[in-house]
Design a protein around this ligand. Structure first.
Ligand code: NAD
Length: 362
């Protein structure tokens, strides 16, 4: 139970991007523990992921673009904590339009956090990504050098920095760097490797691995939500100014190993290796800090996640994994109405920051 820091009233938590893949797993968990959840989401991929809870007495909805300062003001009224999940997510989706990515992932984060601080929000959790580590052959922890290889990763590094710079005695920012997420939630994604290769194995009878020797750290979508919960429940002193890798040191796999895990469960599918890979990311993350400091231990394994995706397909819950609704880049390519500039003023600082060769040292 998340208690308000000043009274016995339940906390009000603002979740941006609450209708997304992680948000739709987090929502029922927070509601179940008595939290008042306010979702700020423009429902880019629809509102269906949170449909079952629409009438819940402790769910408050603000259906707006969080680039809009007016929407931010409304959404932040009487909020104790913010969980900022909303973003343009993934390398290909971010590459579609740099302006949309910079505005959403960086400028809006800065405005949301600044307004939250001014309005007395005490705790602000930013969803970042293991992709900030980029390409590295070492075992990485939160202090390792960042070597981003994509606009997505650069936008998240910049967002981390503007957030941390706002830290004060009364405003506690903290960052979760999620591994690659897998499994089923209200909004399933099939543009993520475990889910995608599992669907391909079942439907296309093929598991095609591109490259194969690049490492990734994985986390189930419910564990990702539980990591957020752990951060919300932690004493402020434990999470203030802290970065946590969110995943499991035991769930580091190469992409080929993921293919092999799926092949073991779907042996009728052919496991193929395509040497031509455009995937330059390669990271293997240690997740001991979040366990030590916040007591967070993932409950799912990748094998269990694969079985969960198989069940969702077998049961007919997922009828066509290729539907653009399951893929951020496919969906945004087809719904270009989302790709528009929002800000009028001069936000050159954000573009300069993201492109600065000194970004990781700023
Ligand atoms: N899924 C992963 O594998 C993964 C891995 C690492 C980090 N993360 C991070 O976790 C967070 C959540 O990821 P996800 O997979 O749930 O994302 P998602 O793409 O499923 O959901 C994003 C949500 O944000 C909303 N949104 C986007 N722009 C908005 C705007 N301007 N105004 C209002 N709402 C907006 C969308 O409508 C959507 O509901 C992201 O910040 C992402 O970078 C995710």
């Amino acid at each position: 139970m998340i208690e308000s820091d000043q009274s016995n009233q339940p906390q009000r938590v603002l979740v941006t991007g609450g209708a997304g893949f992680i948000g739709s797993a987090l929502l029922p968990m927070l509601l179940d523990q008595g939290t008042i959840v306010r979702i700020l989401d423009v429902f880019m991929y629809g509102a269906e992921p949170i449909q079952p809870w629409m009438q819940h007495p402790r769910l408050e909805l603000v259906r707006s673009d969080f680039r809009d300062p007016g929407a931010i003001q409304t959404a932040l009224q009487d909020v104790d904590s913010v969980v900022h999940l909303g973003a343009i997510v993934g390398d290909p989706a971010c590459d579609l339009d740099e302006g949309l990515t910079v505005e959403t992932n960086l400028i809006a984060t800065q405005q949301l956090a600044e307004t939250a601080r001014a309005m007395g929000v005490r705790r602000f959790i930013l969803a970042s990504t293991g992709a900030v580590y980029g390409a590295s052959d070492e075992d990485l922890d939160e202090n390792s050098e960042l070597r981003p290889v994509s606009l997505y990763a650069r936008s998240k590094i910049a967002a981390e920095k503007v957030l941390m710079a706002l830290s004060s005695e009364t405003f506690s920012p903290g960052i979760l760097r999620f591994g690659t997420v897998y499994g089923i939630s209200g909004r399933v994604r099939f543009d993520l490797v475990v889910n995608l290769l599992t669907a391909k194995a079942l439907i296309d009878h093929e598991i095609t691995v591109f490259g194969g020797d690049q490492w990734r750290t994985f986390i189930h979508v419910e564990d990702a939500a539980r990591a957020v919960q752990a951060m919300l429940e932690a004493p402020l002193s434990r999470m203030r100014n802290q970065v946590f890798n969110a995943g499991s040191s035991q769930q580091n796999y190469t992409i080929l190993e993921v293919g092999e895990l799926i092949h073991a469960l779907v042996p009728a599918a052919n496991l193929l290796i395509n040497e031509c890979s455009v995937d330059r990311s390669n990271y293997r993350i240690k997740c001991t800090k979040i366990q030590r400091e916040l007591g967070f231990v993932p409950q799912w394994t990748v094998e269990q996640g694969i079985r969960q995706v198989m069940t969702a397909i077998h049961s007919g819950r997922i009828s066509n994994y290729r539907d653009p609704i399951y893929s951020n880049v496919k969906f945004l390519s087809q719904h270009r109405e989302w790709i528009h500039r929002f800000y009028q003023g001069n936000h050159a600082w954000a573009y300069e920051m993201i492109h600065s060769p000194r970004l990781t040292r700023l």
